[in-house]
Design a protein around this ligand. Structure first.
Ligand code: ADE
Ligand code: ZN
Length: 326
């Protein structure tokens, strides 16, 4: 069976990775020691054994606690560097990294520390690994729109260092339209726009992400299959879904990978892609997501090529580079 080798070796783009979700337990402990931060876990193994999630919120609580060890520009650089090395190993040749500045600025870490550390890692990845990497700033949707506006203000002096705006954190009860005004402003500023929608939340949130926020891609979007009209809209407008199979498994969105609806989304003509979301927490980087997904379902080489092609087509690389990859 040559499919696993094809999955590993094919060039691909990753469009849904939270850089704070790439922080491995070993690096959390190393940074805690370096920065003198106390952790409520005795060891790497004790921390890892707490990774038993029942839904999105049970994960987010541990994810935000893990990020508390990040203080200096070098910490952000080291975190992104570790992820980019893993990406290169998985033949990811382009990646768009989400970061959550509010998780850090709320602890007193300056915006420039966060952005400069991550951006320097992206620049070095291109030069040293041949991986192109861009940043997407995400607003935390459990916080207010006013807080998002303040975060945007703080980030604008560094606007040449990120290409887009996203929306993440606890979805249910925080619909996209809560951020209508700040997304309208980001659109005027010329940023690419994406949002998490339809991970745990209803199809209605995917509709408002599209029609109110005017996003170009939907992150997750797997709940869209519950709404036939929405499926038609996504197919007709070639709106990409950045699907994260191992994340959906670990957060109990689907009971097992065999029940995942990725194949259904592809069969309906949607531009679905495969991504890792928070690989340090969900048990695998890109190639692990591809190989486990394909091992569990009726997928073939044509699906592999289509997913890889979709990932470049849905990316925010320039059109000339896109034409070379598709
Ligand atoms: N932040 C990090 N991972 C996330 C996810 N899967 N959904 C929403 N917010 C997140
Ligand atoms: Zn995500």
């Amino acid at each position: 069976d040559r499919l696993p080798a094809l999955l590993r070796l094919m060039p691909k783009a990753e469009l849904h990775i939270h850089i704070e979700g790439s922080l491995e337990p070993e690096l959390i402990f190393a940074l805690a020691r370096r920065n003198g931060v106390a952790l409520p876990y005795a060891s790497v193994d004790a921390l890892r054994s707490a990774y038993a999630f029942t839904n999105l919120q049970s994960f987010l609580d541990i994810y935000y606690a893990g990020a508390s060890v990040l203080l200096t520009e070098q910490d952000f650089y080291d975190m992104a560097r570790a992820y980019l090395l893993k990406a290169a190993q998985d033949n990811v040749i382009h990646t768009e990294l989400f970061f959550d500045p509010q998780t850090h600025t709320a602890r007193g870490v300056p915006m420039e520390t966060v952005i400069n550390g991550l951006h320097r890692a992206c620049v070095d990845a291109q030069a040293e690994m041949g991986v192109s990497a861009s940043l997407i700033l995400c607003f935390l949707r459990h916080l207010s729109e006013e807080d998002a506006f303040e975060t945007l203000e703080q980030a604008l002096p560094f606007q040449d260092k990120f290409i887009g705006i996203g929306l993440d954190s606890g979805e249910v009860g925080n619909p996209p339209e809560k951020f209508a005004r700040v997304f309208a402003r980001c659109r005027e500023l010329g940023f690419h726009l994406v949002a998490h929608a339809g991970e745990e939340g209803p199809p209605a949130y995917v509709w408002t992400a599209l029609d109110v926020l005017k996003v170009e891609r939907i992150d997750h979007g797997v709940q869209s299959s519950r709404d036939a009209l929405l499926m038609q809209r996504l197919a007709q407008d070639r709106i990409a879904l950045t699907v994260c199979p191992l994340s959906n498994l670990k957060l109990c969105v689907f009971p097992d990978l065999a029940s995942h609806n990725l194949r259904q989304l592809l069969d309906a003509g949607l531009a679905a892609t495969v991504n890792s979301d928070d690989p340090a927490y969900f048990g695998g980087y890109m190639n692990e997501n591809f190989t486990q997904t394909f091992a569990a379902g009726p997928f073939n080489a044509e699906h592999a090529y289509r997913l890889a092609r979709n990932s470049f087509e849905a990316s925010f690389i320039d059109e000339a580079a896109k034409a070379r990859h598709i």
